[in-house]
Design a binder for this molecule. Structure first.
Ligand code: MN
Length: 495
């Protein structure tokens, strides 16, 4: 599959987008990272599940004049358009899931280069008296009630104390003091969290690097989750496959770990053993963390881990990268790896029966998926529902699956809803699976909402089967128009 191999850093991505009309806007007007910056971008291109009015598929925005941070710039919304992600990866927007799936199946491991790397042009150690994360890192608060300044796009990189295998995952981190971050690791979960729990059992700190401002291929592929990338699967190897070149790491200056060599910023530190009692809003007492992908402000956690910072390194005139939790940027970062995972699993179990899938923006990239199914023989009837069950298995946080036929454009919600209106009857085509664990940030996923929900995070998974029964296919042929090239009549019009 074709892909771009000439974008290897955030700066490469921005330079490329400067040459593409409508994909990047830059401003020299001063902006306050405290709620104002996100407030602006909401209107420019946040999309996703952000409170209306917002704009879908707008440009990324580079703020070049940051209040109290004269030496830094902030980029937001780099990945907040599927079209833009496709351009940055060098494929069509419909092909992203399949491209990333093929990369996950053919990983290229990262390599370590000699220090100092570009991310180490400036080095600051936490024992210096004027070291202050608040002053060095222009981390935005996204709404006026956020717990504090958040690092939303930090590539957290750590190594398992037993296996020596490394992992990269994005977690929300809030600045708590001049040399402390809180990091939210969902209990009993995933990757870095499992490492922190094991380090605590061994009563030792877990060294961790946080690389901010990296190649978009790294940002997206870092969001793979089990079962596609089980503990020990270094997702940087997927980005390496995408760029056909290993991701370059460099040795950290203050801890036994590596960081992404061409990042804009690297925060080096240790997750302290047993330190998972940080109250996220201990400084602000707002009760909230930050806006999350379902579109609501997430609650402040009382179980964040303490990340004690040892050093910060960065480029000259560094570019802070941030995203809005409920924006289309999250949809793409969570959704494209999800599509890859679902396609990978269905292709193994039901080859050829699902043509494509889309992690819909209305679910933040996690809750809702549309599967484009193909029935060619009578025994394909019912396999579309089996495909939905496989999708739930490939991505446990998925809540709703909409099944459509191959003549429906899964990226066009109007077309998907057309299928629901003409190929669906509510009494026979809704399949509910109650009492299954899903994702706790859905506010309806709460025992107060329904007797079927025994704990926060449990949901009813639902299949909406909007496919035509195989035996009735001839009754559901869309009105046929003549196939022709309209450019003969409108040569300059973009179709
Ligand atoms: Mn990971």
């Amino acid at each position: 599959m074709d892909c771009r191999t000439d974008i290897l850093s955030l700066r490469d991505a921005l330079n490329y987008l400067r040459g593409v009309p409508g994909q990047l806007v830059e401003t020299n007007v001063e902006v306050n990272p405290e709620a104002e910056l996100s407030g602006v971008y909401r209107y420019v291109g946040a999309g996703g599940t952000v409170k209306r009015p917002t704009k879908t598929d707008g440009p990324a925005m580079l703020f070049r004049n940051i209040k109290k941070h004269l030496e830094a710039e902030i980029i937001i919304g780099l990945l907040a358009s599927r079209e833009r992600v496709a351009r940055l990866f060098g494929c069509k927007k419909e092909e992203l899931g399949r491209l990333v799936q093929s990369c996950a199946a053919n990983p290229v491991q990262p390599v370590v280069i000699d220090a100092p790397a570009p991310c180490q042009e400036i080095t600051r150690f936490a024992n210096e008296p004027d070291f202050d994360l608040y002053k060095m890192i222009p981390a935005p608060t996204n709404t006026p009630v956020d717990a504090g300044p958040y690092i939303t796009l930090g590539m957290c990189y750590a190594t398992h104390p037993d296996t020596g295998l490394s992992d990269v995952t994005i977690h929300r981190m809030c600045i708590q003091s001049r040399d402390e971050l809180s990091i939210f690791l969902q209990p009993g979960s995933r990757h870095i969290g499992a490492m922190a729990e094991r380090a605590t059992e061994l009563n030792q700190p877990l060294p961790i690097s946080v690389s901010i401002g990296v190649d978009p291929a790294i940002a997206v592929t870092s969001c793979f989750e089990p079962p596609t990338t089980p503990l020990g699967f270094n997702e940087l190897s997927i980005a390496g496959a995408l760029r056909k070149r290993p991701v370059e790491l460099v040795k950290c200056v203050s801890i036994q770990e590596h960081a992404i060599a061409n990042a804009e910023y690297v925060i080096e530190g240790e997750i302290l053993p047993g330190g998972n009692h940080v109250i996220e809003d201990q400084n602000s007492h707002t009760g909230f963390a930050m806006p999350e992908f379902p579109g609501y402000n997430g609650p402040a956690s009382h179980e964040c881990w303490l990340l004690k910072v040892k050093a910060v390194t960065h480029r000259k005139r560094p570019i802070m990268q941030t995203c809005i939790g409920p924006s289309e940027e999250h949809v793409n970062m969570a959704g494209i790896p999800t599509e890859a995972s679902v396609l990978g699993m269905i292709e193994k179990a039901l080859p050829g029966k699902v043509l494509n899938c889309y992690s819909h923006r209305a679910g933040g990239g996690k809750y809702m998926m549309i599967l484009q199914c193909r029935k060619t023989v009578h025994t394909d009837e019912g396999k579309q529902r089996q495909a939905a069950l496989l999708a739930f298995s490939a991505f446990p946080e998925l809540k709703h699956v909409i099944l459509v036929d191959e003549d429906v454009d899964i990226f066009d919600t109007d077309d998907v809803l057309w299928a629901m209106n003409t190929r669906f009857q509510g009494d026979r085509d809704i399949i509910t699976i109650p009492g299954v664990r899903c994702h706790p940030l859905d506010p309806s996923s709460n025992p107060a909402y329904s007797d079927s929900i025994r704990d926060i995070g449990i949901s009813t998974k639902t299949i909406f089967d909007c496919t035509v029964p195989f035996s009735m296919k001839e009754r559901f042929i869309r009105a046929p128009f003549m196939e022709l090239d309209p450019k003969k009549w409108l040569p300059d019009f973009i179709f």
